[in-house]
Design a protein around this ligand. Structure first.
Ligand SMILES: Cc1cc2nc3c(=O)[nH]c(=O)nc-3n(C[C@H](O)[C@H](O)[C@H](O)COP(=O)(O)OP(=O)(O)OC[C@H]3O[C@@H](n4cnc5c(N)ncnc54)[C@H](O)[C@@H]3O)c2cc1C
Length: 286
């Protein structure tokens, strides 16, 4: 299949890109890595009047540390994150997570902004955003606004971004050096979207858990925080008994779908196993 006819623009500044989106009154789409948008256009699942190509806007690709958070430009490629020494040192959980995203050619073009704007329920980066309580910055004709991880993704492939807004920056708070973390995923083949996945961040003090953040991918219409499991762990103990109880609560909390990759019961079982595994690993990381 070929895409339906569309206009193409490649602005060199963010302001020009926003102006173009506004000009098309919601009928244009930003083009990032094109790894999902172009196949969707080829299948005519989407038929934008125009593509606003963000690839020639240098101000959108960077990785820096500011105010205890990683600040990542939306056009930063998955591959750049995978090999960034800054990410490896400050947020190794992101290095670990990005390796689960798709296959090498897709990681070479796909971007962090594209992945979050796409909001696939099985994608790993929205899960990481939830676990780290990150936020994004969006720019539109009315200026800039900050959107929290909890408010960004509304449902399957649906975000709170307006049609004339561009996601320009992703902010991921860096956990303390004492924090333990892990991501565990089950997929049919390495690089496939998750059938189910869990990310864990455990803040610790004197061997006890002071704050727990757990989030999912692949179960339900969007990534959720496993708040019942977090409450169990925030009692302080992270012994085997607490981990088993938290994993059971995690499985109770999710409402997974049945599809060609697995039944709801199977996914619920996976969440229990993956939560337990992630917690055991997070407990032993330094
Ligand atoms: C075979 C295959 C396997 C994959 N496996 C995985 C996987 O395991 N895990 C995973 O997470 N992903 C996976 N992906 C998706 C991949 O991560 C893509 O990179 C991602 O979906 C989209 O990123 P992109 O930069 O290519 O965005 P694009 O395809 O260019 O855009 C996607 C959508 O986001 C919008 N958009 C893009 N950038 C912005 C922005 N800055 N502001 C506002 N809107 C924007 C576009 O208009 C479009 O609607 C897979 C893709 C393929 C084809």
């Amino acid at each position: 299949m070929k895409p339906a006819k569309f206009d193409y623009h490649a602005p060199s500044t963010l302001d020009a890109a926003v102006a173009l989106l506004q000009h098309y009154k919601g009928e244009a789409r930003p083009l990032a890595g094109g790894q999902s948008l172009l196949p969707m256009m080829n299948f005519r699942l989407v038929t934008p009047a125009a593509l606003i190509d963000l690839n020639r806007i240098p101000e959108l690709a960077y990785i820096r540390v500011e105010n205890g958070a990683l600040r990542i430009g939306a056009m930063t490629r998955h591959r750049a994150l995978e090999f960034s020494p800054v990410v490896a040192e400050r947020l190794p959980l992101l290095t670990e997570t990005i390796r689960l995203v798709a296959h090498l050619p897709i990681r070479s073009r796909g971007t962090i902004g594209g992945s979050l704007a796409l909001a696939d329920p099985a994608a790993e980066l929205p899960m990481l955003m939830q676990a780290l309580e990150g936020e994004v910055v969006a720019r539109g004709p009315r200026g800039e606004r900050v959107i929290t991880a909890a408010d960004l993704i509304e449902g399957i492939m649906t975000t709170s971004l307006a049609a004339d807004e561009i996601l320009c920056e992703v902010r991921l708070p860096v956990p303390s050096p004492q924090a333990g973390f892990a991501v565990e995923e089950f997929s049919r083949r390495r690089g496939d979207f998750a059938v189910a996945a869990v990310t864990v961040v455990l803040e610790r003090a004197n061997g006890r858990c002071s704050k727990a953040r757990l989030a999912t991918a692949g179960v339900g219409p969007k990534s959720i925080r496993l708040t019942a499991a977090e409450s169990v762990l925030e009692r302080g103990n992270i012994d085997d008994e607490a981990i088993e109880e938290a994993a059971a609560k995690a499985a109770e909390q999710v409402s997974p779908q049945t599809d060609q990759h697995g039944t709801a019961d199977y996914r619920r079982h996976l969440i229990r196993v993956l939560t337990e595994r992630a917690l055991r690993r997070a407990r032993s990381t330094h």
